[in-house]
Design a protein around this ligand. Sequence first.
Ligand SMILES: [Zn+2]
Length: 254
Amino acid sequence: MPEIVPLKAFKDNYIWTLRDGKSAAVVDPGEARPVTDYLAREGLALVAILATHHHPDHVGGIAELVAAGKVPVFGPKGEPIPALTHPVGEGDAAQIPELGARFSVLEIPGHTRAHVAYYGLGSLFCGDTLFACGCGRVFEGTPAQMLVSLQKLAALPDATRVYCGHEYTLANIRFARAVDPHNPVLAAREARARALRDAGKPTLPSTLGEERDTNPFLRCAEPAVVESANKYLGARAAGPAQVFAAIREWKNKF
Ligand SMILES: [Zn+2]
């Protein structure tokens, strides 16, 4: 089973790197340099690239990486992914034989039109859709579509490790506490996340069980979250989609 290592990029991006033996694959290489430095230092050969969506901070390094040696590039069909060789959508699989890995592709539109997640090895690579204790902004889809995408991810097993694209956890928890102020699991999570950041460590991966217990965007039917959404709206939200839209809008201004 490959080891999964975070490489830091830009201010708060992670390039998740899977390695086994002499082979490595990367998820969302927004820049090439952290990857080429790591591969050289560790004596690894790049064997595949996985992209979740087309934003430059996720795909900006792909052209340079494949120029150094052609490898399969998996990414959502319907989005402009540089050097894409394997366009994928719902029900497809991304196979990386050198790592003994196979990932199922889930379509999770909302942040972008055709955003995908990769699920396998008990791990979920979900780009900018699900974050630790938060979710991505809705740029190219609708809030209702984003909620369906998040619900699809939330249906995976509790123990699933969640590898998202950014280190936003502490800021997300601060907002989550405003929405869900009496959630004791959330308070404990904040203490744990703060200790990790103080030690210079990533707060990721989280688990889906933890997200279901604490992430307000996966808790749009919980009375405490509904009540906060109603307060924000100054009216009664008609259902989970409206609750989601309200707290997503609130988070943008928070
Ligand atoms: Zn993005």
